[in-house]
Structures are given as structure tokens and as C-alpha cells.
Design a protein around this ligand. Sequence first.
Ligand code: NAP
Length: 641
Amino acid sequence: MTATGSLRSELLEATDDEIEDAIGYADAMVLRGLLYQLTGDESVAGIESGRDLRGYAVFPEITRAEDVDVLRRKAVAFLKSYRDSGAPSIDRGPSERLPKSVSLLAGETLEGDSLLTWIEELALDPWARSHEWEEKPDAAKLQGFSVTVIGAGLGGLTAAVMLKRAGIPYRVIEKNSGVGGTWHENRYPGARVDTPSRSYTNIFGANYPYPGQYCPWPENKKYFDWVADDFDVRGDIMFDTEVSSLTWDEVSATWQIAIDGPDGPDVLSSSAVITAVGFLSRPQVPAIEGQLEFQGESWHTARWPEDLDLNGKRVAVIGSGCSGYQLVPELARQAEHVVMFQRTPQWVWGIKGYTSPFPPQVNWLDRNFPYYTNFMRLRTMARLAAWPLMTDIDPEFEDPHAVSAFNKGMRDAAIAFMEQKIADPELRATMTPAHPPWSARPVMADVDYSIYDAIQRDDVTLVTDGVRKINRTGIEGGDGTQYDVDIIVYATGFHATNYLFPMSITGRSGRTVHDFWQEGGSRGYTFSMIPGFPNFWMLYGPNTNGGLGPSSFSELTMRYVEQCIERLMQDGKTSIDVREDAYWRFNQVVDERNSLKAWSDPRARNYYWTEHGRSTTMSPFPFNEIFRLLRHPKFDELILE
Ligand code: NAP
């Protein structure tokens, strides 16, 4: 782990050749921003960048090879001289320089909330989002307030670390036996992130040495174990304990929390509750005729058995979302035969090195080039600046397949990848989605081996005319063909739009969240609060998906929550709730804005959209608006009692 300020003994021993070799792997945009920050060299700032559409996103790049060479030469000179000076603790450069350095990294001049967001994401200050008390309450007052966090995945761990740092008493309840949430549960072959691992960290954990660009589940789980241990929150987690219901008690101004754990059922009491239960955590297995007759084994992708030997097994996979598309290529390598039942194809973009670990030089740079990790983290996040371009509907744009010129460009890139991979036009037609890119969750895949390679293997059969029924020996397809298999895997997704499912949550006047969300489905005020449910916040709740990664979203929400808690204590009140009119106003904006996004396209059918005619999962806001919405609570829209 790079500890800023530590002596870099590895660098001290590096030869000139080793330094030159490593810099050959450095990202040129990162070098431009970082060198400028560390040295103030204006000639670095003068190097131009352009924009490169790489399939699914836009990446600012240094486009001229000679400029890349200049940056590398300067970086080599910097690192050699730093080594020769004994590689001492090095200052991060003047704060006044940061706006320009970050803009140089991002490839555009950043101001206002965009600049503030990216400076925080740079994580030079790992505690930039931790709570700063205006006036810290005395110990007795703090001890009188307790928070229960539900879930110890990404959101729950973020909450735990931030509450601990603020000195607010808390406990975490986790249904699993370990931390990591999604990455504790999703252990199917091929499971890995599709957002860069470097941005899958917290700002307080930005220096975590991920060994690859898009890491597989065991590496993701390691990160969460590291957070739990390094930030010393594991001891505050009640594992193997599930919350079944939450009931607000007006008299004591507490939540009564019914749990079931290793010691049996119990009811706990807490001043506040923060749910961090995720929305892709409760498997959805469809009811299919004959399911119970099947004599083989079956399970959902999120319930993959340990130590499974697939040698000689015939496996059916139902479902072709991200999980199905990630699973089948790996399964094909292990099983005797795979039958994939695909109802809807998804867009796939090829990424070079998607499944490969980093060459050693990359992590060497992380350890030895001061602040390289920070700038590299921001580099992987800054792609989100193009999110509106990627997902906005352009009402002026007319095309049968796409929602904007840019969206069409992404579609063309996906089709070009498919054409590279699949020669048969009929198979290409089968694999071409009818919906525009980003109207459903697309899939990232390795350019060298992916679902497109897998479905052309002799030991893989692609079935596209549906599942008629399941019987003793396997699955009968839509056309009556029988597929005998030993195992059926349900890659059929999650109860994604049914937030907080299956907990029963009863707020003021006996009203339940379920009742409240009857009309239109799940919603939150500032993504986190529900009127009539005081001292209650959701992390990564309704309409949070997209625009900003889950770790950033959780940190920003936690900062918001802690400001609410401080006000509660400051004012000597016991409950904080949101006004119903403010809740509806916020959600009207969410719905209006969502109607202009790609996922409103009627051709898409998935959890991005619901039967209520609105999206409960997707956020229509770009990152800077999310930052602004969560930066300071609007106390005139909240009720303190
Ligand atoms: P999903 O996207 O909801 O896909 C479910 C699949 O099951 C769809 O293909 C669906 O078909 C099919 N299906 C559902 N019921 C069916 C039935 N009765 N008969 C036949 N097919 C049926 O679920 P997922 O693939 O698990 O992905 C969920 C989300 O998890 C992703 O969108 C993503 O956000 C996340 N994820 C991320 C990664 C990653 O790369 N980091 C990997 C996996 C998952 P229809 O589309 O026709 O309904």
C-alpha cells in the first residue's frame, strides 16, 4: 500500500531502465494532470487533448503521439530526480493549482460543483466527506443517540466507517456471514465488476492496490474485507442476522427492529436507521411450469455453490442479462455442455484486457509515483462526465434504433464489435437488441473471449424461442425441443425495483412503506428519505443508479445524513422527517427528467423501467447535480420535532 510520505524503498532501488519501462505503462492524461500538480510546469499544461469515442463512453485522450512522448520523458525525469533525492515524503502541490490539474486530467475546464466533486474524488484528502461538526455534542448526548445500519456491503461499510469517524454510536446488521453484500453473494464463474475497480473504492480507501482493471468477485470481496478490518468496523457488525421488520415508536422516538440471528429472534431499539440493503440483493426466480419436477440441481446465479465440479455436467442457463452473459463463457470452459436460454439480447461492448490483471508496471507506478493512484482513480471516474451525452434522448434526432446521434455512435460501435466476432448474419440478427443502448443495462466483455465466442462453441447451444416448461430431465423449449441437463441456473435477476424488499417497515400512524409506495413504486426524497418515516435514510435507494458510482453516492448520502443527525442533536429534537410536499416535488423532477433518458424508450423491458410507467431505479441526474442535491440538507423541507 502506498502510504503518502513514506520512503519508497522500491523506487530507491529502481534502475533508470526500470523507471523508463514503468512510465511506458502510465496513462498520458494522468501524467498531464499529475505532473502539472506536482511541478507547475506550464509546458505540460499546454499539451492538448482530444476526445475519443471508445464504444460505450467518451474518453479524453492526448491524441498526438509526440505529446505523449513529451509527457513520458518529463515523467521519467521527475521520477529519476525524485529517486535521486532519496524519495522523501512529498507534498501534493499547492491547493490553488488543483482546479487546473484536475481540469487537465479531465480534458475540460471544470468549475463549480463539477470541480468540487472531482477534487473530492481525487481523494488527496481521504476524509473530505467525513462529517465536520459545527459544534461536537458532548459524549453523553452522543451516547444517547444510536444508529442501526442494515447491510454490510459497500453502502453499509461506508456508513460504518463514516459514523465511526464522526463519533456517532452505531451497529451494523448483516444477513450474511461476511461483508461485501453483492460481492459476498455473487460468486458465479465470470462474476466481475463492469465499472473500473479503481472507482469501486471509497475515497478513504482510494489507495487500495487493486490488481486489475475490472476485477473478479474474489478481489472485490477482498477490498471490502480490507475496509472492515483496516478501518476497524468489523467488530460492530452482527453477522448472520436478518432484519424482518422496522417499526417507528412515536413515544420513545425510536425504531423497533425485529431481527433473527444466531441467538434467535430479538427486538432492538435505535434512534435512527440507515438501510444499505442494495437493490440487486434479493434473487428473483420466475415460476415456470414443472420446475419442482426437475430431478437435477438448480440455483440462482447469486447462490452459486462452493467447490462445485462442473466436469461432465450439462448445464442450462435461463437469462441473458449481465449475469448470464458473464457466466456462460466461463461455464462453457468448465462444463460438458451449456444451453443458454435467451429471451432478450443485450448490447455488448468489447474492452481490451477486461479480464486480465494489470501488468506489474501498473501497480509499481501506484506504489512509487507519488499520487499516481489518486489521479488514476479520478481518470476512471471522469468518464461519467459523458453520462448525459450517453443517455439523454435528443428529441430532434430521428432514428429507428437510437435516441441521439451519440447513442447511435455507441450502437454502431457495439455492432462493429459483434461483426468482428460473429460472421453469420443470422446469428448477428439474433444477438442484436431491439432497444437503444443504455435503455437497459449493457454488458462489458473482453475483446478476446466473451459471450459472442461462447455461443459459437460446439459445446454451447443458444435457444431463443423461450422456455415452455421444465420437466424431470431438463427444459422443454418454446418449439417443443427437449434439452436434457443436470443443472439449471437461473440468471434471472433480482427484485430490483422493489426497494427494501422483503422487510416490513411501519412508520408514523401505522403506515407501511409498502402502502406508501403502492402508487408509482419506490421513491425517496433526495434519494434517501420517505415522509412519515422519521430518522430513516436509505443508501443507494430509489433512483440512484447511474450518473455516479455506488461508493460516491453512498458517501455523499452519508454526509447528508450526518448533517441531519447533527441538526437533530443541536436543536435538542428527537425526530427528523421530510415534508410530503417536498418529497413529491423532488420526485416530480426525477420523473420529468427520467422521461428524457434512454431508459424511457418503450422498446426496453427490464428493471430500468417499471409497470408504474416510471423508473424507480435510474437517476436522471449528472454527477454534479447529485453532488449538489446531497451537499446540504434543505432544512426548510424537513420537519424536526
Ligand atoms: P437482469 O438484468 O434482470 O436479467 C435477467 C434475465 O433473466 C433477462 O435476460 C430476462 O429476460 C431473463 N428472465 C427473467 N425471467 C425470465 C423467464 N421467466 N424466462 C426467461 N427468461 C427470463 O439480471 P442480471 O443479469 O442478474 O443483472 C442484474 C444487474 O446486476 C445488472 O443489470 C447489473 O446492474 C448487475 N450486474 C452487474 C454485473 C457486472 O458486470 N458488474 C454483472 C452481473 C450483474 P428479459 O430481459 O427478456 O426479461
